[in-house]
Design a protein around this ligand. Structure first.
Ligand code: ADP
Length: 619
């Protein structure tokens, strides 16, 4: 029985890159295959705990590497969980991960596939960097039938029935002409020690007549004494569990003692993974009970705002038979989580003292970390203290809330912020004019989460945190300039409100503007314009649109002129036209689309030409 199946299109593209564009560091294929073999052993180990029937048949688990010099092939064998036919088709023919398209695109753009291979979990396919043909013979634990999967990595693969004594997987690589160095046992030993020393199962090198040799030292790294672990070992372990290739930005190895005892070895990567903001991506730590692997990606061990933390938690106080459902309700797990979070926050606080170093962490993970202000009620203030922001003080630099407070004006009572799409547009938002005039700093917030955390963190160190639209007396600017006359201004705002009634709820005079004639805002307490835009972009229906307010600057010559015109009942048609143009300008400054762009451009063209002709006349 044999069946030919084509690769999913994305796998095809990936293999094409593997085969045709990667020539350096090819040796990592071995680490990837050993890592898969080790995962397969972990899975069987766990299955044995919950299903003693299978436990009986499983022998001692190990990974065996056999170079066959005569036939020029290399076999990586494990006696782990194995795969049945369905597993083979789904795991070695498609890529379930949503990031593969990104991967392929990234490689095309940046040219460097190496850094991305592990991160995107495409490990198995790296075999095709060194092999012209790959043969996978496998039998799943608890099942009778074995299968052989064969492919040359081009179009697809073939599955045939096969024979295999017991559960597990052998991967035979028919090495390419230029990859014969992977038959050399000295070189193999060196690669295994370098990349896979910490693997929990013995990695045995078959030396033919000279017998077998266990190459790795393989004890659970986290259980060792810190003093016995080298930086390189810590780093390799990080690469193994995170499947990342960067250097970790932070490493935290600790032992908690007290009511419950547990060990943690945690890392924060230095680079942002491509899927940090993909909600369906499963994150979390590896859980061990007394060095026995229990589960991967245990989300219950960390809050989601710390989802970028990688690592291992091991506690002898948990039951070996703990199931996924039990994890969710376990008070012990909840305690471990609490303790781990406070250790991480403490460590971040230490690292935050070096601003440049901390900025690296912040640019990679800040937008996720800030979610903690919203999410983590018990550590809200700590997370806020560790958060960094861009502000009008210096848009090139990050500031903490404490630094902001140290710069507050003597009479200033609140911390102010504005939200929007990007710092540049925000810097030029007319709503900031009075703040600038008074030297009051404003936080410029551009992440989606920034719309939410200020709703729960309404004060920090006794200072209110307010959106600029809620500015209080802080912002009264004393002015001696000419101003539109009260009565006419009133008439003008009424007139404008009537014309714009489809689009704005109110037209009001304001003291907040110093340069612009008008600006757009919303009623106090309503959803900000930026949030509305975000929701629209995510195709979420907004239940209601906030009432827009068009604010008018009574000191602006244009507004003074319009007030005079309306007072004298002159040229209403012109006032109407300018009113519409002013609303368009206010929208543009806010980052909103205007309703009738062709009207806007046509009219602006007319006014520009008129202006130029006037200048000519004056010369
Ligand atoms: P990843 O390991 O990141 O999931 P891979 O492409 O390396 O991605 O492997 C895909 C899947 O194939 C694995 O998740 C696993 O289910 C299966 N697999 C690979 N190697 C083995 C093996 N030696 N034993 C059992 N299953 C394996």
């Amino acid at each position: 029985m044999s069946e030919k199946i084509n690769f999913q299109a994305e796998v095809g593209k990936l293999l094409d890159i593997m085969i045709n564009s990667i020539y350096s560091e090819r040796q990592i294929f071995l680490r990837e295959l050993i890592s898969n073999a080790s995962d397969a052993c972990d899975k069987l180990h766990y299955l044995c705990l919950t299903n003693p029937e299978i436990g009986k048949t499983a022998g001692e688990m190990k990974i065996k590497i056999t170079p066959n010099i005569e036939e020029k092939n290399l076999t990586i064998e494990d006696n782990g969980i194995g795969m049945n036919k369905d597993d083979l088709i789904t795991h070695l023919g498609t890529i379930a991960k949503s990031g593969t398209a990104d991967f392929v695109k990234n490689v095309k753009e940046n040219g460097s596939a190496m850094d991305l291979i592990g991160q995107f979990g495409v490990g198995f396919y790296s075999a095709f960097m060194v092999a012209e043909k790959v043969e996978v013979t496998t039998r799943k634990a608890g099942e009778e039938k074995a299968y052989c999967w064969t492919s040359n990595g081009v179009e697809g693969f073939e599955i045939t029935d096969a024979k295999r004594e017991s559960n597990g997987t052998s991967i035979k690589l028919y090495l390419k002409e230029d990859a014969k160095e992977f038959l050399d046992s000295i070189y193999l030993r060196q690669i295994i020690r370098l990349y896979s020393d910490h693997i929990d199962y013995p990695i045995v090198l078959d030396l033919g007549k000279a017998g077998e040799e266990t190459v790795n030292t393989g004890s659970a790294l986290w259980a060792k004494n810190k003093a016995e672990i080298t930086d390189d070992q810590y780093k390799e372990f990080y690469h193994h569990i995170s499947k990342n290739f960067d250097d970790p930005w932070l490493r935290l190895h600790f032992k908690a003692e007290g009511n419950i005892e547990y060990t943690g070895l945690l890392y924060i990567p230095s680079e942002q993974p491509y899927d940090l903001f993909q909600p369906d991506k499963k994150q979390g730590l590896k859980l061990y009970v007394n060095k026995v692997f229990i589960s991967d990606k245990v989300e219950e061990l960390l809050p989601t705002y710390l989802r970028f933390v990688k690592g291992v938690i091991d506690s002898a106080d948990l039951s070996l038979n703990i199931s996924r459902e039990m994890l969710q309700q376990s008070p012990l797990i909840a305690k471990i989580k609490q303790g781990t979070v406070s250790r991480l926050l403490k460590e971040l606080k230490k690292r935050s003292e070096n601003a440049d170093d901390y900025a690296k962490f912040w640019s990679a993970f800040g937008a996720a970390f800030k979610e903690g202000i919203y999410e983590d009620m018990s550590n809200r203030n700590e997370v806020a203290e560790l958060s960094r922001f861009i502000s009008t003080n210096d848009p090139e630099k990050l500031t903490s809330l404490d630094e902001y407070i140290s710069r507050m004006q003597p009479e200033q009572k609140s911390i102010y912020y504005i939200t929007g799409d990007d710092v540049k547009t925000l810097m030029n938002n007319p709503q900031l004019e009075a703040f600038k005039a008074k030297g009051i700093e404003v936080l410029l917030l551009t992440d989606p989460i920034d719309e939410f955390w200020p709703q729960v963190l309404t004060t920090y160190k006794e200072k209110a945190i307010k959106h600029i639209s809620q500015a209080d007396e802080d912002l009264k600017v004393e002015r001696n300039e000419p101003k539109a006359e009260e009565g006419s201004l009133d008439k003008l705002t009424h007139f404008m409100a009537d014309i714009l009634k489809e689009e704005v709820g109110k037209v009001e005079s304001t003291d907040k503007l110093t340069k612009s004639p008008v600006s757009l805002t919303v009623e106090n307490g309503q959803m900000s314009i930026h949030l509305e835009r975000l929701m629209r972009n995510h195709q979420q229906q907004t239940a209601f649109a906030s009432t827009r307010i068009l604010e008018v600057n009574p000191y602006h010559p244009l507004i003074i002129k319009l007030s005079e015109m309306i007072h004298e009942d002159k040229n209403k048609a012109k006032i109407e036209e300018i009113t519409r143009l002013l609303l368009d300008q206010a929208k543009i400054a806010e980052g909103e689309a205007i309703t009738n762009p062709s009207f806007y451009t046509e009219k602006m063209g007319e006014y520009m030409l008129f202006g130029l002709n006037e200048t000519d006349k004056a010369v």
